[in-house]
Design a protein around this ligand. Structure first.
Ligand code: ADP
Ligand code: MG
Length: 297
């Protein structure tokens, strides 16, 4: 009797834009007790845009954008795409030996000089101190929920900061309602996990109604958070777009991928795919899962 019920649940999901890879996952999502959400591209649209650029006194804003674009043109990260787009009308050239460091930034060589682009903690591995005036402005941007990307270039023995770029993202309109519905369905723990910094993360989490935030995480740290949630809650879902969170998606009891914004690896790794990126369908999936269980029993 199990097959027809699961099949009708799966078909029902498909009609509503929820793709279950198999029946076991339909049953599992009905029992989920904790859910972890990625931030960028999941709770937010991931359609990020450059909103501000600031430069150190020796450089122009254009210099900062051009240098960043030289490396980011090799990146698949939404941040990289936004920077390349903002530098569209400027004359930039591609860097060489470019290497993306997941969850941190990107490094490469431009005009025979090493160049680093990425988050503050990453840049601080190269420059002793971020210029105070730029840093305080960057913090203000982060409090607004923006992500700040720093640009530094090799200069003699050291590195110097060229400037910083603020990247703005938008919270998905259905995110707040989704979190509310999940709590009403009795999901015990809802957390946000992100590689972004604490200030930006806290701003987005507050906007969507999540009070438990893990920030500054590398892809393997995201995996660890899922593992520790599993110790406590057994059945844990992870919702992500596959950009730096594929290991966490794979580890979760139920991996849920954004179908539109998600990367190919997310679609492959996940157990459930949300077509058209409709976050609120997670609640629908839980209901379908529970219904299939109650019929089976
Ligand atoms: P999230 O967890 O929000 O999806 P990621 O793990 O992809 O974010 O990245 C974490 C942080 O690392 C970003 O917020 C950004 O500061 C930095 N970063 C990652 N990739 C890049 C890149 N290509 N260029 C600049 N910064 C990057
Ligand atoms: Mg992401």
């Amino acid at each position: 009797a199990i097959m027809p019920t699961l099949l009708s649940g799966i078909a029902n999901g498909a009609r509503q834009g929820i793709l279950f890879k198999n029946g076991a996952q339909l049953e599992k999502i009905g029992k989920v007790r904790a859910i972890a959400f990625d931030k960028t591209g999941t709770l937010t649209t991931g359609q990020v845009q450059v909103s501000q650029v600031i430069s150190s006194s020796e450089y122009s804003q254009g210099d900062v954008l051009k240098a960043a674009a030289a490396l980011e043109s090799c990146s698949e990260h939404p941040i990289g795409k936004a920077i390349v787009q903002a530098a569209n009308d400027l004359n930039w050239v591609r860097g060489v030996e470019v290497q993306a460091i997941p969850g941190q930034g990107i490094i490469g060589i431009l005009n025979n000089q090493n160049l680093v682009v990425g988050k503050a903690t990453f840049i601080q591995q190269y420059v002793a101190q971020l210029p105070e005036a730029l840093y305080s402005l960057a913090k203000a941007w982060e409090h607004e929920g923006k992500t700040v990307v720093w640009v530094a270039r090799e200069s003699g023995e050291d590195y110097e900061v060229m400037g910083a770029i603020a990247i703005a993202d938008m919270v998905r309109t259905e995110a707040v309602a989704t979190i509310t519905r999940l709590r009403k369905l009795g999901v015990e723990e809802i957390v946000m996990i992100t590689g972004d910094n604490q200030r930006t993360a806290a701003c987005v989490a507050q906007a969507v109604g999540i009070n438990c935030v893990y920030a500054e995480l590398l892809p393997e740290d995201k995996l660890d958070v899922i593992r520790s949630l599993q110790k406590q809650y057994k059945i844990v879902a992870m919702v992500g777009d596959g950009i730096n969170d594929a290991p966490a998606l794979a580890q979760a009891s139920v991996g849920i991928a954004m179908g539109g914004a998600g990367s190919d690896v997310a679609l492959e790794t996940a157990d459930i795919v949300l077509m058209a990126d409709r976050l609120e369908k997670i609640a629908t999936a839980i209901k379908l899962g529970r219904r299939s269980q109650s019929i089976v029993k």
